[in-house]
Write a protein that binds this ligand. Structure first.
Ligand code: MRU
Length: 377
């Protein structure tokens, strides 16, 4: 995306600029590697992992070193740039490089099924490697270089989208609001700044008096480990609560807005997000609290008419039967572990995107928004 806010603004806003307090480099795309902050060990350790091959990066997506739908899309773009470089390095000709890219795309698409941003990024990168009449299509090294450039653009573009989401979303809040959020939809879930937490960041900068209730988000604890860390480093006031406490605070009138991200938004506005989001949306409706979904258009998948057909990732049972590696259930206990649920459009007050705040009917609003930006359709 061209124009303001610029990359410099994005860096400063995300804490990458001089004098800033937060220095999160969620995904860094280098010519010879993709570097990830290791989200499995935060907040205890700030460690970075270097991936020199697309296969390593795919494994890092599976094991949650990198997570959060937009960050996964950026990582997938970086992985495809690495795949082209790997193939070119062993002397593959152009058709063989394209075959290697299709193989990598299939491998990446199979890593995490719910976050559509992976497929979106593959589609964007495929547009580059399917071109046959441009200079970059002339030889393997040039194609690899073009894919690296496109992956970096997707990275920078994601930060700019988040800044715009933040600016649009902050207008929905007011000074003194307490916002409840679930999972982590922050800088760590994107190339930087965040979607739902981007709105919180923008609101904090605008109003200063903002408080955040952070759901710990069992079983993986994205809220406790990642959102709390991001907010703490930025000095944004927050209180960590267990997921089961949310209803208590909402019923007491202590929450003025609920703000969450999304992994995939269907054509009718139904939104898949971290397990527990649906429950919050029902509470919001019952207590007439606004329920906002913040997401870039790269999360919109209009090929699904409703959320009913969105694939839901089922994760390992031991995430539920243990806590921080310590068993919490009898040996042999069976567990269910769907990583996401679907919030019906009827429970969503607005969808905050980089092109503006969308209101129901979402079918029309999303169709119009997708004409201004790329969505899967
Ligand atoms: O399993 P995760 O941690 O990848 O799930 C992440 C979420 O559910 C986020 O809310 C979503 O991806 C939006 S991130 C901007």
């Amino acid at each position: 995306m061209a124009g303001e806010p610029t990359r410099r603004a994005a860096d400063a806003a995300n804490g990458h600029g001089p004098g800033s307090r937060l220095r999160i480099r969620t995904v860094e795309i280098r010519p010879d590697a993709v570097v990830l902050i290791d989200q499995r060990v935060l907040p205890h350790e700030e460690k970075y992992v270097r991936c020199a091959t697309w296969q390593e990066l795919a494994q890092r997506i599976v094991d949650m070193t990198v997570r959060g739908a937009p960050a996964l899309g950026v990582a997938a773009a970086g992985a495809l740039a690495l795949a082209a470089r790997q193939a070119a390095a062993v002397g593959a000709d152009l058709p063989a490089v394209r075959d290697a890219l299709e193989e990598a795309a299939a491998g990446l698409a199979a890593t995490r099924p719910t976050a559509v941003n992976i497929s979106w990024a593959i589609g964007e990168m495929r547009k580059v490697w399917q071109q046959t009449s441009t200079p970059e299509a002339a030889e393997p090294q040039a194609l690899a270089a073009a894919l690296f450039t496109r992956a970096q653009q997707i990275h920078d573009d994601d930060i700019e989208r988040c800044l715009r989401i933040g600016a649009h979303g902050a207008g929905l809040l007011k000074s003194g609001d307490t916002i409840l959020t679930h999972c982590n939809a922050g800088a760590l879930a994107t190339a930087g700044y965040g979607t739902a937490l981007g709105v919180v960041r923008a609101a904090f900068a605008r109003y200063e008096h903002i408080d955040v209730l952070v759901d710990e988000t069992r079983p993986w604890l994205q809220g406790a480990r990642l959102t709390a860390w991001e907010l703490q480093v930025e000095g944004i006031p927050y209180r960590l609560i267990t997921d089961s406490m949310a209803g208590h605070y909402i019923a007491r009138g202590d929450v003025q807005a609920i703000l969450v991200g999304a992994d995939r938004i269907a054509a009718n506005g139904d939104a898949a997000n971290k397990i527990g989001t649906y429950t919050l949306s029902v509470l919001a409706k019952e207590h007439t609290v606004p329920f906002y979904v913040a997401a870039p258009l790269s999360t919109v998948d209009r090929s699904h008419m409703t959320g009913a057909t969105i694939p839901i990732e089922e994760r390992a049972q031991d995430e539920v039967t243990s806590f921080a590696g310590v068993p919490t259930a009898p040996p042999g206990a069976r567990a269910g572990n769907p990583a996401f649920d679907v919030t019906p459009a009827a429970n969503i007050t607005a969808i905050v995107t980089e092109v503006g705040v969308l209101r129901a009917p979402y079918g029309d609003a999303l169709r119009a928004a997708c004409q201004q930006g790329t969505c899967i359709s």
